[in-house]
Design a protein around this ligand. Sequence first.
Ligand code: ADP
Ligand code: ZN
Length: 665
Amino acid sequence: MEEQNSNPPGPQPQHTPNRKPGKKRRLSLYWLYAILAVLLIGFNLWGPSKGSQEKIDQGKLIDLLKNEQIQRIDLVNKETAEIYLNSKGLSAHFPDMTPNKKGTTESPSYTYNIGSLERFEELVQTTQEGLPKPVYINNVSKKSWGWEFLIGWLPLIALILIWVVIFRQIGRGGAGGGQIFSIGKSKAQLFDKDNIPVNVTFKDVAGLEEAKVEIMEIVDFLKNPEKYTKLGGKIPKGVLLVGPPGTGKTLLAKSVAGEANVPFFSISGSDFVEMFVGVGASRVRDLFKNAKEKSPCIIFIDEIDAIGRARGKNPINGGNDERESTLNQLLTEMDGFGTNSGVIVLAATNRADILDKALMRAGRFDRQIYIELPDLVGRREIFEVHMRNLKLGNDVDREFLARQTPGFSGADIANVCNEAALMAARNGKDQIEKQDFLDAIDRIIGGLEKKNKIITADEKKVIAFHEAGHATTSWLLQYAHPLVKVTIVPRGKSLGAAWYLPEERQITTKEQMYHEMIATLGGRASEQVIFGQISTGALSDLEKVTKQAYAMVTYYGLNEVIGNISYYDSSGQQDFSITKPFSEKTAEVIDQEISKLIESAYQEAIDILKDHRDGLTRLAEKLIEKEVIFSEDLEQIFGKRPWDKETESEKLIDKPKEDVSENLI
Ligand code: ADP
Ligand code: ZN
């Protein structure tokens, strides 16, 4: 889920107030830049001559030689001839230059590219034939020290550079400068009055009423600890927030800090983990040290499962020493601070089941708050919170939108509001209308509409019949989830989709599961019935059905042959990828039973569709024509579902607390 309002990227704030953040690091880097700059400049000034002297051609050289204007020719590295003029030559060509004692200049006046060595020597000789004082060629070899230097020192410079970069990387975000030692500092981001104020309060958190009540108590603990300790009670040290991603756990933790008006340290479990052993533990120590200095305060550890996973459950891999020592340090720290030290640790995870039992023991995370996906009312309130700052059109109805978004998390809804605003802006509107929200919802469910995805008429027909197959079977089966909407507009990876409105139920019967499997296979069955052939388009259906059948047989004890046995492991302690909890023989039976179950469901789907071939065809044609159809269209074709006593929307209004989630097939 998209993280919003969370830690902004950028330099990490400092924990100890008196130190100037990051100053040392920058200084040392400036030094490096300075050295490099000096090198470059020096190289340019004193490096190999850049040919400031005029280059002359053969004709000019012959002229100079014939007129006896040359004092000396230095042949440098057998490539370039440097020509020094004598006083006669100087007065002829450079009248404002006075010759030195030797009758020439310090630097050559001209250079000449010799081409081949023999021809050059011959040229110089023959040109001067008969002259009284011929000039001879001096062979000199000049080493340009710049290059020598560079080549000699390059490896070392490169090493230093790499070294600096590495330690800068490691030290990044660490407290207290750029020394390598900051690797063990915690990377927690601090929100407080001086740095980034926490401006989130309970007002910004919609729904989650029970969680708020419970967490309100913690605010009270922080504000008036004496009230509780007076009677001998102990203030809880840690609260674990458990729930799916995007349900507002971070937001809730932040709002506690905002309500209590105390500093808030935010860190993710994975920030502790580094490839060096011992770093995590030292970061934990550092975090708690900083927190105690700022107490009363709140530490928030997001994704605590990154370190809090149960220890040493897999003897083959030998466990992860680094993670274990980090976790041990965390446990020690939580045990270590006194109950009245004013530090409360909040942690979030979406997998409480895999956490180490030691973390949940009394005195550590003694409280657990479960946060679930928002229900209809919750979603409406979240819409309200996020619409506060939007310019809305008159037709925007929060209740309606909440009903269109079953299974959405708070983060999804925040995302819908933002997308809708962007869409309206893109279309040049001056307010956000209902349609923008609907488009945003579709986009978030299915990804971007692929307007230019090329789908041939034949393919479109197959997709339409596939989706119509799902719709028909689910409509005609008593226990399948009723359908809300079917589309064949390609989005993201899917070519078409059917949305269902699952009824809220805490237990599911065998029959209900079986009916759902039939409806899931209805897509492929429809292809078989209509075209007599099947396609690859049913991959996700098959995956879903296989998983469901596997669960029925091995987890829920819903198969007669296997009987009342569950191989489910709720503790997450066993690793079944290596050892299976059943024998080879049982494995064979399981495979057979799963296959039998799926095949009979498929046959059932085929039978239903054969019986209602007309309806199926009409539905598919309507789908090809309109691309999107709703339950009303199904009702027109097949009639009301006899076992539906009330329509879905009425049901929702009657029982607004009901939770609905959505399936995308
Ligand atoms: P989590 O930590 O559970 O993954 P976050 O707290 O980071 O989720 O939520 C992400 C964003 O989703 C929040 O910044 C907020 O904009 C939005 N959000 C989630 N739940 C709620 C809620 N109950 N009320 C208002 N906004 C919410
Ligand atoms: Zn399908």
